[in-house]
Design a binder for this molecule. Structure first.
Ligand code: ATP
Ligand code: MG
Length: 430
């Protein structure tokens, strides 16, 4: 039979690597709580129209990256979410969550985009995102940037730089757009096919091009920031003033435009040079018009999303040691007769908070296996102690506790009827 394998661009996350994921997720939960962001979980499948309306029809995602299909019973057009902001906004509108004021939310989970798989770019990948809805002020833009920054600090991530821009308001963008189209039309000969196609539909995205042949033209193009009015500029400086007061460094990148149509005012990216061309680990900005665009009651909003694979890859690149989960105790069970009592004891230890790995019979082996092979397993598990459930000791109501790491070899007998007295000493602090 042909071997079944995972879908191209979609990865299994296996131990021990999955411990890194759990470690990161724990850090995120803890940090979000300190910023008073609450968890939201929305469906992975949404109506296709949500993304078409939300992200914009001429974006990369909607044009070519969505996994869309028809519900075979009712013909509904559905899509595996390529990002989560649109779903969060849908949920917020659907449940009138802003009725009593703004909400700060975060999520974690898989996203799906049909892209060419390569380092840092997959078809199923994972994002962690934070969204603040119902708040118009620059202080929330800054709060979200500080939150991301605090996460890099807590993860021990280095060499991440912040790029900042303002996309202004729709009216300002319109004026800039006209100037940009006029300018690009004068340089038609240099534009590649994609740029020419986008010239009248989404010219701002042309500024985002990675085509080296177009760099000179793109660099000299009219800058959106020069079209911003006093209010937009004031919002932008207010964000920067808060960042300054918090010792955060940034660079204004007038060409930073982001992939989705829904952004206005502040946009930002956290970028590294250590991941090749997939160097953006986190991106976000303000999206004050999205809620209305998908049919909700107008409300301001701002948020970001980070790519979990890229963040983990960068940590690895920077020599960050992976956390290794290790049991406190490996339970050695010389004979099958001792199994029930050994397992009952293991249950008690676990209820007390100890991490206990039970020895179990291996396939093809004879019974529980030799003591030698059990001790080898115990050593391999990384446990600091073994508890040996030998028949002689059990007959006396005792077990043997043996040190496997510090003072390896030292052993003593402990009474089973006083587990609560001695077992806590076997628990690691970590
Ligand atoms: P890129 O320019 O790299 O395609 P993007 O602008 O499409 O990124 P966003 O939609 O802003 O990315 O998503 C936020 C973050 O999610 C990105 O900064 C990146 O870290 C991560 N990300 C996006 N697409 C992928 C993917 N296909 N595989 C892995 N991570 C991704
Ligand atoms: Mg992309």
């Amino acid at each position: 039979m042909q071997k079944l394998v995972a879908v191209k661009g979609m990865n299994d996350i296996l131990p021990p690597d999955s411990a890194r994921w759990e470690w990161l997720e724990d850090k995120v939960r803890n940090l979000m709580a300190r910023y008073a962001y609450r968890n939201i979980r929305t469906p992975i499948v949404e109506p296709t129209a949500l993304f078409v309306r939300g992200l914009g029809e001429v974006t990369d995602i909607v044009e070519k990256e969505m996994y869309s299909f028809e519900d075979r019973l009712n013909g509904e057009q559905l899509t595996l979410r390529p990002e989560a902001t649109a779903g969060v906004v849908r949920a917020v509108a659907e449940h009138s969550m802003l009725y009593e004021g703004g909400k700060r939310l975060y999520y974690m989970g898989p996203m799906f985009r049909h892209e060419r798989p390569q380092r840092g770019r997959y078809r199923q990948f994972h994002q962690i995102g934070a969204e603040a809805l119902g708040f118009p002020g620059a202080e929330v833009d800054a709060e979200l940037i500080l939150l991301a920054n605090a996460l890099w600090r807590e993860l021990g991530l280095q060499n991440v730089r912040l790029e900042l821009n303002s996309l202004g308001q729709p009216e300002e963008r319109k004026a800039h757009r006209a100037a940009l189209i006029a300018y690009l039309e004068q340089h038609q000969d240099v534009l590649d096919e994609e740029a020419r196609r986008r010239l009248h539909s989404n010219p701002l995205r042309i500024l985002d091009t990675k085509n080296p042949a177009m760099q000179a033209v793109v660099e000299a193009a009219p800058r959106l920031i020069d079209f911003l009015g006093p209010e937009s500029l004031a919002h932008f400086s207010a964000v920067q003033a808060i960042l300054s007061a918090n010792g955060v460094q940034w660079r204004v990148n007038p060409r930073l435009v982001r992939g989705m149509d829904y952004y206005n005012l502040t946009v930002f990216e956290f970028v590294t040079d250590q991941l090749g061309s997939q160097g953006t680990i986190c991106g976000g900005g303000r999206y004050d018009y999205l809620i209305e665009q998908i049919g909700g009651k107008a409300a301001p909003a701002v948020g970001w999303a980070l790519g979990v694979e890229r963040v983990l890859e960068l940590l690895k690149e920077q020599g960050h040691a992976a956390p290794v989960p290790v049991p406190d105790v490996y339970a050695i069970v010389p004979s099958e007769a001792a199994v029930p009592l050994a397992m009952a004891t293991a249950e008690r230890l676990r209820a007390m908070g100890l991490r206990v790995q039970m020895h179990a019979a291996a396939s093809g082996g004879a019974g529980m296996g030799s003591m030698k092979s059990q001790f080898k397993k115990a050593d391999g598990s990384g446990a600091a102690h073994a508890i040996i459930f030998g028949e002689d000791e059990l007959a006396r109501g005792m077990v043997t506790v043996k040190a496997l790491r510090d003072g390896a070899g030292a052993q003593n007998e402990q009474p089973l009827d006083a587990v609560a007295d001695w077992a806590p000493l076997l628990q690691s602090k970590g």
